[in-house]
Each structure stands twice: as structure tokens, then as C-alpha cells.
Design a protein around this ligand. Structure first.
Ligand code: P6P
Length: 340
């Protein structure tokens, strides 16, 4: 805000991420600085992971560790490095009471009796792509925690995504972009390695009401419900009046596919199917933060089974959920064609 009123988007571009978060704190009268300190630590982890990802091929950080994670998936060396970096960053500053991470079987409790926040994260999503230099990402969400409610347990994290007070992702792509919502819109910050800072590049992101791409792994078509196949047939049919056929775009890295959908419009889906009854993505630290960001940008995020993603109450910390998100009109079309 200035004496002349709110600044325009153009005036905001170039602001550092730290200044953006600090301004948000200054506008919140009850702020103690703890939330800002927590976001600072998450951003620090993102800065450190960015450096490691960019030189992974040179630092013998590619390839597998030989272990499998709680999901039964093979663990990449970079998964461990990213998780260790995030844990170390969150352990400082005393604002994080606990972490649920894709790389940790159990919830990690930090010995901070007075910490008021919980973090959920996929420290490095899509890491199998790193060996072939395809974009990957970090996904995170922040929940408030009441220290008076007793010690942090797995149950402390089993809350619907609508309770997230912050959500974000970092896309390690042709540039490194951090997209963040703290409840007032979604904003994108681009990493400038020469300055060692994230600078606001896309203030007040808005997902176009309709797009012209659909993003889904069509290799799973044989397992899809008839309704999903009906949707795919529809978007692939030729009809100039409704901008069809859509183009198919699928990187196979959630953050990359969602970032394109968020900026350009269209639909991303990792739905349930006969092979994966709840889809592949995890609710707490993949679907929920992505859904919060898409909705903050004016898009929609549903399960494809009659629910808004952010309204799903988790039953376990690593449970999976279907995710269908993107432009509001495209999600409505998906809902209509897959109903019944
Ligand atoms: P599939 C990466 O492993 C990931 O978890 C997401 O980043 C991505 O959207 C999805 O899996 C891709 O899965 O089955 O299409 O290879």
C-alpha cells in the first residue's frame, strides 16, 4: 500500500520474496513474525535445493540410493538430499512443531513446545526425472498448530486442506520459480542466481477461466472409468467452435504440469482408475497444496468423485487422492462429462 493506495502489479514486479512476505506480516496486526520466520526457512531450503538440483549431474547426486520409501518407490539420492535440507531448515528458528514428508514414514516432531505451525512437504517431487534433466519440484503446505493442544502426533496433520494457511511449490525448470499463497491470491517469484534472491515476477496469478490443453497420462486410458474416457474423447474431437481438439501436454512431473496449467489454463488430472483406486498423488503434501494454489489463482481443484480436494479429511498421513484441477470452465466440463 502507498499513500496513493494499492500498488499496481507492474509496480510490484521486482519485489523480493522476503519483502513480499514481510509486507504481508506488517499488514497483519496480530502477526508475531513466527509465520514470516517459518516461510523464510522454507525459502532457504528452496534456495539450497535449487543449487543442488542445478549441479546434481556434477556432484554424483544422480541415481538411486538403493532404498525404497514408505510408498514403496525407489529413492533417488536427490530425494534424500532435498529432505535433509528441508528438515535442517525447519529445525531452526523454532517456528515449526512438526513435518510430514513424503520421504519420512512417520511424522517428524521437532522438540519445540511453543511452535505454532506444522509443515507438509514433498521435498523433491518427480525426482526420477532428474536423471534426464526434466523439470522437477518441491511442494509444501503450512498448517497452524496450537501448542496447548498437546504433543504433535500424526493426527495433528489429518486436517482438510482448506485449513492450510500457506501453500507453495518451487519449479526447477528452465528457470526456478516459487509460487506461493498465504491466503491473499497466488504470486510467482523467479530465482535470480546472480543476486541469490527470488524476485516477484507474476503478482496476483490468475488461472484463465478456460484453456486449450489437457494434461493426463493417457497410458492409463485402459484403466480409466468410462466417464473419463468420455471426457478424453470430447477434448480430442474436432470442433472449431469450441476450440477443440485440445493439445495434450504431459511432462510427468506434477509441478511442471500444474504450473503450465495455472499460467496458460486447461486441465490437469491424475484421476482414480482401476489400477489406482485413489490415484497416485498424496493428499497432504501434493494434492492439497496444489489445490490451494490453483483455487487462490481462481481455478478449481476436485477429486473427480464429487468432492473439492480441500474438503477431503485425511485418514492417514500418506494417503492418496485423485486430483483434477485447472481452469474453472474446464474442470466444470470434466465434472459434467464424467458424472454418472
Ligand atoms: P505417472 C512423479 O513421480 C509424480 O509423483 C508426479 O510428479 C507426477 O504428476 C506423477 O507422479 C506422474 O505419474 O504415473 O504419469 O508417471
Amino acid at each position: 500500500m502507498t499513500t496513493e493506495g494499492p500498488r499496481t502489479d507492474a509496480e510490484l514486479v521486482g519485489m523480493t520474496l522476503a519483502a513480499h512476505v514481510l509486507e504481508g506480516m506488517l499488514e497483519a496486526p496480530a502477526a508475531t513474525g513466527a509465520f514470516t520466520a517459518l516461510l523464510d526457512q522454507i525459502v532457504l531450503a528452496a534456495k539450497l535445493i535449487t543449487g543442488r538440483v542445478r549441479r546434481a549431474g556434477l556432484a554424483d547426486a544422480l541415481g538411486l540410493t538403493g532404498d525404497t520409501n514408505v510408498q514403496g518407490e525407489r529413492v533417488q539420492k536427490m530425494d534424500v538430499l532435498a529432505n535433509d535440507t528441508l528438515v535442517a531448515a525447519l529445525r531452526h528458528r523454532g517456528t515449526c512443531a512438526g513435518l510430514v514428508s513424503e520421504e519420512l514414514e512417520e511424522a517428524l516432531v521437532f522438540e519445540r513446545a511453543d511452535a505454532g505451525y506444522l509443515v507438509v512437504a514433498d521435498p523433491l517431487d518427480g525426482s526420477s526425472n532428474i536423471d534426464v534433466a526434466v523439470s522437477i519440484g518441491t511442494i509444501f503446505g503450512v498448517l497452524r498448530h496450537d501448542p496447548a493442544a498437546g504433543p504433535v502426533r500424526a493426527e495433528s496433520f489429518l486436517r482438510p486442506g482448506r485449513e492450510l494457511c500457506a501453500a507453495g511449490y518451487v519449479l526447477y525448470g528452465s528457470s526456478t520459480v516459487l509460487v506461493l499463497t498465504t491466503g491473499q491470491g497466488a504470486h510467482a517469484f523467479t530465482w535470480d542466481p546472480s543476486a541469490g534472491e527470488f524476485f516477484l515476477s507474476h503478482p496476483n496469478l490468475r488461472c484463465p477461466p478456460r484453456g486449450s490443453t489437457y494434461s493426463i497420462n493417457e497410458g492409463n486410458t485402459a484403466h480409466f472409468d468410462p466417464g473419463i474416457r468420455r471426457y478424453l474423447d470430447h477434448v480430442k474431437a474436432k470442433d472449431a467452435a469450441t476450440g477443440r481438439p485440445y493439445s495434450h501436454r504431459y511432462v510427468g512431473s506434477l509441478v511442471a504440469d500444474v504450473h503450465r496449467t495455472l499460467l496458460k489454463g486447461g486441465l490437469f488430472a491424475y484421476p482414480h482408475d482401476a489400477k489406482s483406486a485413489n490415484g497416485k498423488l498424496r493428499l497432504l503434501y501434493e494434492a492439497n497444496p496444489i489445490a490451494a494454489l490453483v483455487e487462490a489463482a481462481g481455478g478449481r481443484a476436485i477429486t473427480g468423485r464429487g468432492q473439492r480436494v480441500l474438503d477431503v479429511t485425511p485418514r492417514s498421513i500418506h494417503e492418496r487422492a485423485p486430483l483434477v484441477c485447472g481452469s474453472a470452465e474446464d474442470v466444470a466440463l470434466y465434472e459434467q462429462l464424467t458424472a454418472g
